[in-house]
Design a protein around this ligand. Structure first.
Ligand code: ATP
Ligand code: MG
Length: 296
């Protein structure tokens, strides 16, 4: 079985940030080493043990999408510089790592929804709106929206929850120029990915992008991970049924286990082997269906 890596240190490199899943190291002023660990979080809490190969799957799937997006949107810049590491770095990190362009992060989670579920469905049921936008009468849970919508949220500090915001609030935060570019790029990427994935049996119900801002070019740059099970809701198309909640290809098994065992939201929880293996196989399955390649 593959080693499970939940902590990463790179001798000689300064760690600039540590997220719930990734560790980021400084290569130089312009370049970062972006390493995905095998950590997994659910309900905003990181579990004690990891999921074998998860970090490598997230990195390889993101790399796959960066390439696919570049063929469709050649003018959109991304932060990906390389998926191979200089010989001076530990080569064991290669499958889970990328060299990326260091860039100021635009403080928005750029969420696109093609289907109504999660917090958007909760708001819609209660008020008939999504992030303040009026939704059509009679919309059902998990239903495909006539057109995908851009529903940004704030990027919360560690330990806090992101907050869903209106487009107007996003404009207040980052300005119309930047917000408009983030919105346009997000919707275009989502539509390309949605159509690609649907042909391969996966519905991308919603997803979250992050962008950096290239001041010199006055352009947005796609950063972070893209279109992975951690940043998106992937539903198996063959099981899709409107009017109820869907089981997704990601942490559903883990979430169900946390809820049923009363451990939801608690710190220091260790997953049993069965939950680890089931979750690992879901991540592999999503990778294989989307890329058409066997996970090696
Ligand atoms: P948080 O920062 O809230 O813990 P997270 O748990 O999603 O978020 P990870 O996915 O583990 O974080 O780590 C990725 C972090 O790196 C995010 O905070 C993201 O904004 C940041 N990031 C991604 N790409 C770049 C880049 N090119 N330059 C600088 N920062 C980046
Ligand atoms: Mg993240």
């Amino acid at each position: 079985m593959a080693d499970v890596v939940t902590k990463v240190e790179v001798p000689g490199l300064k760690k600039t940030a540590s997220g719930k899943v990734r560790e980021i190291f400084e290569i130089d002023e312009k370049t970062l080493l972006f390493v995905a660990t095998d950590r997994i979080s659910a309900y905003d809490v990181v579990l004690e043990n990891g999921i074998p190969s998860k970090g490598a799957i997230l990195t390889q799937l993101s790399a796959f999408w960066f390439t696919l997006i570049a063929t469709h949107l050649p003018n959109l810049k991304t932060h990906l510089l390389s998926t191979t590491l200089p010989a001076s770095l530990p080569q064991t990190l290669t499958p889970r790592s990328m060299l990326v362009r260091r860039i100021p992060v635009i403080p928005l989670e750029s969420i696109v929804r093609g289907y109504i579920t999660g917090s958007a469905w909760a708001e819609c049921k209660k008020h008939g709106t999504v992030h303040g936008m009026r939704m059509p009468e009679g919309l059902r849970e998990s239903e495909r929206l006539e057109k995908p919508i851009w529903t940004p949220s704030t990027k919360a500090e560690q330990g806090e929850h992101d907050e869903n915001i209106s487009r107007a609030r996003a404009v207040e935060l980052v300005g119309e120029g930047v917000a408009g570019k983030v919105e346009e790029a997000s919707l275009r990427i989502y539509e390309i990915a949605r159509d690609y994935a649907e042909e391969r049996g996966i519905i991308i119900a919603d997803t979250k992008f992050e962008f950096g801002w290239d001041e010199a070019a006055q352009e947005v740059v796609l950063i972070d991970e893209v279109l992975t099970p951690d940043s998106s809701r992937f539903w198996p198309k063959e099981k899709y049924e409107v009017g109820k909640s869907q089981r997704s290809y990601d942490k559903q098994y883990l979430r169900d286990w946390l809820t049923s065992s009363g451990l939801k939201g608690k710190d220091g929880v260790k997953m049993p082997e069965e939950v680890v293996q089931e979750t690992a196989s879901k991540y592999r399955e999503a990778y294989e269906m989307l890329t058409g390649k066997k996970w090696a």
